[in-house]
Design a protein around this ligand. Sequence first.
Ligand code: FAD
Length: 430
Amino acid sequence: MTISRGPNFCVALTTVRQRAVVQTRARTKTKMALDSALSTPQRVAVIGGGLAGLSTTYHLLEKMPSGRHLSVEVFDKGLVGTAGASAVAGGLLHPLSPRGKLVHLGMEGLQATNYLLDKAQRSSADVGCTPESVVLRNELYRVAMTPNNVKQLQTTAQTLPELCEWVDSGTDLSGLFSEGDNSVLGALRMYNGCKVIHPPSYLSSLWAACESLADEKELSVSWNIIHGDDGFTESTLSAWKNRLKDFDAVVVSAGSGMFGTFLPLASLPIQLVRGQSLEMRIPSDAQWSKNALLCGKYVSPLADKDTVLVGATHEFQENALNVKGVLAELKIRTEGMVPKLWEQGVIQRMTVGYRVQSERGRHGRLPIVGRIPMPFAEALHRNAWVFSGLSSRGLLYHGIFGEALAGAVLQGNESLIHVSYPELAWWQKS
Ligand SMILES: Cc1cc2nc3c(=O)[nH]c(=O)nc-3n(C[C@H](O)[C@H](O)[C@H](O)COP(=O)(O)OP(=O)(O)OC[C@H]3O[C@@H](n4cnc5c(N)ncnc54)[C@H](O)[C@@H]3O)c2cc1C
């Protein structure tokens, strides 16, 4: 380019320089866009379709810019809503610790889960559910059984009035607690986003929401049951590696399945805690409002109005408790709360699930979210990510962290997670 020297030389030169800078910026931008287009995965495998896997799947589809191609393929051992801890969870969504303290990112987690719940409820009809079968109650109660509990929970009610209120046992409880001699001194009513969810209906409906979002954006999503007709066995990492070789990114969200095939990946700081629960039928004329009540253990309504879920054991030992042991652990902690249940209820079914419990740190038990480091990833896939260790907070944390993970996977940039949530790097430092 020739620059004529004249009165406007400086201006002209500045303009040219500016243009050059603008052009360089534009080139850099185009290059970045190209790089990002090239590095944006087009085919993502999600191993495990529980709360963690489905939240990630939904957010991957939602975050993908329109007009681009993305195929998300979920691999699971079972049908949606039937396997893993998510399918047998108590369905209790709230952000408070047993002592009534707000847990880390509790309000943000609640909001993120309610966002997904809304999407799931809107798609519930596609899988034969209704919004009311996804969310069974819009409130739940943390029950105080000792004067110390009363003090703690009353303080919570004063500090978080937008989330909860204190209900004195002396006031009209409208059948809140079971009739009969109970030892309840009052309760913290949690509402405004706190809910009782029916996990199988929620998972099925969230999957329907994924399918409809994919249709709308002309993306692709599929559920693949492993051990299918193709004779594929997932029992070894090398079998998975071969299966996943044509994918651009892989998210491992296999819950307790992490302990079989996948744990050697990174010796993650997690442990398994077995949880057994009882489904109990109560007489339909029982004077009980069937609210969800928590006090260490819980008694929670189920979709069938005469059935409740009583759970769950916390078993760290290798051998599972037998029926007698489960009964003893659950009865002793809930009898004072709902005595009539144990007099009139009939046990129908026992369920079992495994919480993947992460180590407790400064912020409580945070999940494991991020990129599987090399050389561990090499054994599975060069671009492998993990979402596990949701402990007992699966409902509270799957939305917020599934969204963060999906953003990072699409950009191929783990630091995006840590910019928003630096504390999520905890497991990489240990
Ligand atoms: C009894 C009990 C009660 C609970 N109650 C509550 C509650 O009230 N509120 C709450 O917030 N949390 C609760 N939790 C915790 C909550 O259930 C978990 O935090 C959450 O479900 C974990 O979700 P996930 O997706 O990580 O794992 P999972 O739900 O276990 O999902 C893992 C998925 O991976 C699949 N899978 C496993 N291995 C493989 C493999 N090799 N290949 C492919 N797929 C595989 C499984 O089939 C499953 O679908 C409870 C847990 C238990 C056990």
